[in-house]
Ligand binder design. Structure first.
Ligand code: SF4
Ligand code: SF4
Length: 183
């Protein structure tokens, strides 16, 4: 673990964009729509517990649609993430990509009173975790805190959505809770 710096360099293997499902926040979706002009119906899908088997049922971002659970995700197609460039393994929306993508594969370590202790690399066997680069931990922590705030907003939106019940309710309706106002 590094307190002030953490050694890592992405070698664009594409693993995290091919084999991992990216779960954006509404803030990420709004940014992508605004900056890239992508249509949410193209790049967003709502996935079920069968696909997200490793996400706990208690996760506050599960959408409840008449007793069935769904979670907002970046659409995956044969090549992997909708935004992955197949030949180069580069992200087509790199400057606008979700914060989760920017924070991967860094793992935060905090003290009991919530102070930054440093970052290490997730024990994900899919990432080669090359150490031939260096990141300052403070900007990573600042980004983590922004993402944490976005998740608080996300949780609140989902709570309101889940309290609603009406004929024809579908997971895609969740997008209407933040896109018309924000875009
Ligand atoms: S948005 Fe970009 S960085 Fe994130 S998973 Fe998709 S291709 Fe990878
Ligand atoms: S798995 Fe690791 S090396 Fe490969 S693209 Fe993702 S962050 Fe980069």
């Amino acid at each position: 673990m590094g307190r002030y710096t953490v050694n890592f360099k992405c070698h664009s293997t594409g693993h995290c964009c091919k084999d991992v499902i990216c779960l954006p926040t509404p803030w990420d979706v709004v940014r992508i729509v605004r900056e890239v002009g992508a249509k949410p119906e193209d790049f967003i899908e709502f996935v079920t517990p069968e696909t997200l088997w490793d996400v706990e049922a208690s996760d506050p971002t599960w959408l409840d649609v008449r007793g069935e659970r769904y979670m907002m995700a970046l659409r995956r197609i044969e090549k992997g993430c909708f935004f992955l460039q197949e030949k180069t393994h580069y992200c087509e929306i790199y400057e606008s990509r979700p914060l989760l993508c920017r924070l991967y594969p860094f793992k935060l370590h905090e003290s009991r009173d919530g102070q930054l202790n440093g970052f290490s690399l997730h024990a994900d066997v899919g990432c080669p975790k090359n150490r031939d680069g260096v990141y300052d931990t403070q900007p990573l922590y600042d980004m983590y805190l922004v993402d944490k705030g976005h998740h608080d907003d996300y949780d609140s939106l989902v709570e309101v959505f889940n309290q609603r019940d009406y004929p024809g309710k579908k997971p895609e309706d969740f997008l209407d809770m933040f896109l018309p106002q924000a875009v």
